[in-house]
Design a protein around this ligand. Sequence first.
Ligand code: GLN
Length: 456
Amino acid sequence: TEACLTAIESATTLNAVTTVTADKAREMAKAADARISAGDATAMTGIPLGIKDLFAVEDVPTQAASNILGGFKPRYESTVTRNLWASGAVMLGKLNMDEFAMGSSNESSAYGPAISPWREDGSDAAITPGGSSGGSAAAVAADLCLAATGTDTGGSIRQPAAFTGTVGLKPTYGRCSRWGIVAFASSLDQAGPMTKTVRDAAIMLGAMAGHDPMDSTSADLPVPDFEAALTGDIRGKKIGIPREYRVEGMSASVDTLWAEGTAKLRDAGAEVVDISLPHTKHALPTYYIIAPAEASSNLSRYDGVKYGHRATLSAGEGINDMYEKTRAEGFGPEVQRRVMLGAYVLSAGYYDAYYKKAQRVRALIKQDFEAVFADGVDAILAPATPSPAWQLGAMKSADPVEMYLQDVFTVTLNLAGLPGISVPAGLSSKGLPLGLQLIGRPFEEADLLNTAYALE
Ligand code: GLN
């Protein structure tokens, strides 16, 4: 814990940590020591963690990296963090992210972007750690914490993990409780671990997961011993390679590393088969209708009354002015764009054409996966991202859709509710990390982690 606190102090240029809770960390570390002495430790006891700013931690600023939650300190604790503290883990602080988890580069944060510790060969230019869990990825990659929590609505755990050479696991929808996590798109949001190794991810998921009566979508299933599943034996497993994931414009190094990963699994005794997920091409437009629709509804609670920021009114201004001014001041441009997009696709006259249609396509995307799993495929291997991380600012001037296109390999799983893990695969031609993604059957994270362990 002390080593991490020192590292955090000397790495402020990464802008990965938004709040340091040093006193709390030392207190928790002492309690962990006592627990270890008493012979009452778990594998998580005394492990110092960073927490994405989306998780409510009691009495600690929780802003979802947004000005609209300025000054907000929850009086409650998210279930996931409560589970982690019960296992003896230590809270170091809150981590930077895209505002309300909307983004792929951490550039929509009200705190400014987190920066990756990685650089392109021969260049000093700052590189994005990805997003939205960019602070989590940068902090784990730079050894500011041993692991971090992330959330993944459309790739926000897996893409930053891929961009920073770390491991990121998005569990099955319902595996971890969403209670106390600031909502973005409730039917897609899922919390998961961001770690240095697959083994760490297995251990940490075990501590985060579990049924929670406070979240009606949380699955009432036992949490298996994920670490015990890591045998590395994947003989006879059937691995699908989805042909639709070979998209135009994918970088050459991604293609090479994908082939190398496939060969590695085959050498370990897996059977590799070509598969088709025919509705893949509709996943991005479907996601970028459903996610903003749910966001526009979830974010309506930020009205200047209940939480955080409230605009100052002039004489004669009323409650509508307060709503308008508060939201105009508090939300950044990406969040405003999503709220408008969401309100539009949900409005009378457009609901059937956009939202309802997107829900239908979502069902087809899910059926694609179900058909492949029914055919005996145990896991699907694909790239995590179409390219390595880019220089900060490189996407900013571009159309926002440019950035949305980066999520092409990740959003499909959220739409289908499936678990996925990004594992470091090697380096791009310019020396930046790339990740491979394994997609598993629902609630079979143990099996998925074991395949990832063989790939690592
Ligand atoms: N990049 C995607 C988006 O902007 C995913 C974000 C996420 O998973 N939270 O919506």
